[in-house]
Design a protein around this ligand. Structure first.
Ligand code: DC
Length: 243
């Protein structure tokens, strides 16, 4: 197991809001990482253990891609996608401790996992104006309480002042194996290339993130490392961490 990298640069503190970004009313645990690095599984476990809400920002981008496809908007046309965002009265819903982006009051949970949407999502997510629009929506999620937000750019762009930042990683072969076990054949190298080379908010490790390489760890072990770090740093128990 690769050791945890440098400790968080800020001194331990009691439960206090992060500074910087406007939405500074709650605690944000940012979990970033590459495809199949275990973000979703661990974000859900950590959120449940702390009584925080969980936000999957990949699902938010997927919802936008689905909306574009449904509206006949060309997902290669950044201006057209951005124009759709501008006229979309997008609302957020927190149900069962999870936040969703809604299209006319509907959360397309199943539809956003289709192959077509998976292929369209990186295209819409590459547009700088779209990312700015999405960043606002993602910041608004704090209205629902303390949260674990997973994605690619949460610790670097969406909540650069987040109290806790984790970056999950695993070897490309291990990540490919995980995808295959889910029945998904994915070119991990191509996906990494696209995520890290994107001009706008590429996948990067925030300088103050704790990096966890979980190639040889179970989800239970990975989430335990995250929870241990969070609890140690703000001296919280699961009980008093509840929002
Ligand atoms: O995590 P996922 O596979 O559901 O993400 C879907 C796509 O959205 C993927 O191409 C990466 C992109 N994405 C992004 O650009 N920024 C985020 N914060 C989350 C996901």
């Amino acid at each position: 197991m690769k050791p945890l990298h440098e400790p968080l640069s800020r001194p331990p503190a009691s439960l206090s809001p992060q500074s910087g970004e406007r939405a500074a009313r709650g605690v944000v645990i940012a979990i970033d990482g590459a495809s199949a690095s275990g973000k979703s599984t661990n974000a859900k476990i950590v959120a449940k253990a702390l009584g925080f809400i969980h936000v999957d920002t990949g699902a938010m981008y997927r919802t936008l891609a689905w909306h574009c496809l449904k509206q006949g908007v060309d997902v290669h046309d950044a201006e057209a996608v951005s124009a759709l965002c501008a006229r979309w009265n997008a609302t957020l819903e927190c149900a069962g401790h999870t936040v969703h982006l809604l299209v006319d009051g509907y959360h397309p949970a199943r539809e956003i996992r289709s192959v077509q949407v998976s292929e369209a999502t990186p295209l819409v997510a590459a547009a700088p104006k779209v990312r700015e629009w999405m960043k606002e929506k993602q910041r608004q999620c704090i209205q629902f309480g303390n949260m674990v937000m997973e994605g690619r750019d949460i610790g670097t762009h969406v909540f650069p002042g987040a109290r806790f930042k984790f970056y999950l990683d695993a070897s490309a072969s291990e990540r490919a194996k995980r995808r295959a076990a889910e029945g998904i054949s994915e070119n991990i190298a191509a996906r990494d290339e696209r995520d890290t080379r994107r001009a706008s908010a590429p996948l990067q490790i925030a300088p103050d993130a704790v990096v966890i390489n979980n190639s040889h760890l179970t989800a239970a072990q990975t989430s335990a490392l995250i929870l241990e770090r969070v609890r140690r740093d703000c001296q919280l128990t699961a009980e008093n961490c509840r929002s």
